[in-house]
Ligand binder design. Structure first.
Ligand code: SAM
Length: 246
């Protein structure tokens, strides 16, 4: 099943350049993903194809006008929900990515300048997402982050060799640390358990390492899961409380 994502932007080239490469490019070639970038100027009617105007009430900067934005969206009739990227939106995280990955499609509206006329938010868009508590120059980077995080949850996108199942946030935990060859590098060695060939013990160790990492760095995530289970505690006891990286 193809996931369709329509992106409304003043810079459609930015979207195409990124989604045409690497994992997203391969996903598109294989028919898992269909990203369509639409130029918000497409329906602007004046000779300069103007999409912004100064704010009522005065102040610095420009605001994206309702007419060309409504017209572009109505011309395309993109898949809903139509999501506005905005620092004032609900925070985008893995659980929102899972929500969006369950849909057949959705659309993203990228602001620029000081943002969009409020009627675009209230009367045209269905939802609003923020990438975090900082201000970007435009919604394009945020749109790409959303597309990539969602697309890699869709079946077939990561291929058979990689799976999002063990990754950070999937089970409310950060992921365990990874090592590759050489087993000894400049005197820093890989934990013995990973070289043991005992797959069950490796799995238990990794789970303990994920728990320790999350306890140390993101206690809020542990709290969100309702604390440690008895099984979690048993694993921590099995491998000791010292940092499992060592
Ligand atoms: N004046 C706005 C404010 O103070 O909230 C910031 C506007 S910003 C310069 C222009 C556009 O970038 C926004 O309309 C939005 O689409 C996008 N943007 C900026 N920061 C973002 C964030 N943290 N998450 C999602 N989109 C963001």
């Amino acid at each position: 099943m193809t996931l369709r994502v329509d992106v409304f932007t003043l810079f459609p080239g930015l979207i195409g350049a990124y989604t045409g490469e690497s994992i997203l490019g391969r996903a598109s070639d294989a028919g898992h993903l269909d990203v369509r970038a639409h130029d918000l100027r497409m329906a602007a009617t004046d000779v300069h194809r103007t999409v912004d105007d100064s704010p009522f009430g005065g102040g610095a900067g420009m605001v994206m006008m309702p007419e060309p934005v409504f017209a572009a969206v109505e011309l395309v009739e993109p898949p809903r929900p139509l999501i506005l990227l905005s620092p004032a939106g609900r925070r985008f995280d893995q659980s929102v990515a899972v929500e969006l990955a369950a849909l057949d499609g959705f659309s993203l509206l990228c602001g620029r300048y000081e943002g969009v006329d409020e009627r675009i938010r209230t009367e045209l868009c269905d939802d609003e997402l923020s990438l975090g508590d900082y201000v970007l120059a435009g919604g394009e980077l945020a749109a790409l982050a959303v597309i990539e995080a969602v697309a890699r949850l869709r079946p077939g996108v990561l291929g058979n060799s990689a799976s999002p199942e063990d990754e950070s946030f999937t089970d409310g935990l950060l992921e365990y640390p990874h090592w590759t060859r050489p087993a000894e590098f400049r005197g820093w060695s890989v934990p013995d358990v990973l070289l043991s060939g005992d797959h069950a013990r490796v799995a238990r160790w990794r789970r303990a390492a994920a728990l320790v990492r999350t306890i140390e760095r993101r206690p809020d995530l542990i709290e969100q899961r309702g604390g440690l289970t008895e099984a979690d505690q048993d694993l921590l006891d099995e491998f000791g409380t010292p940092h499992p990286n060592h």
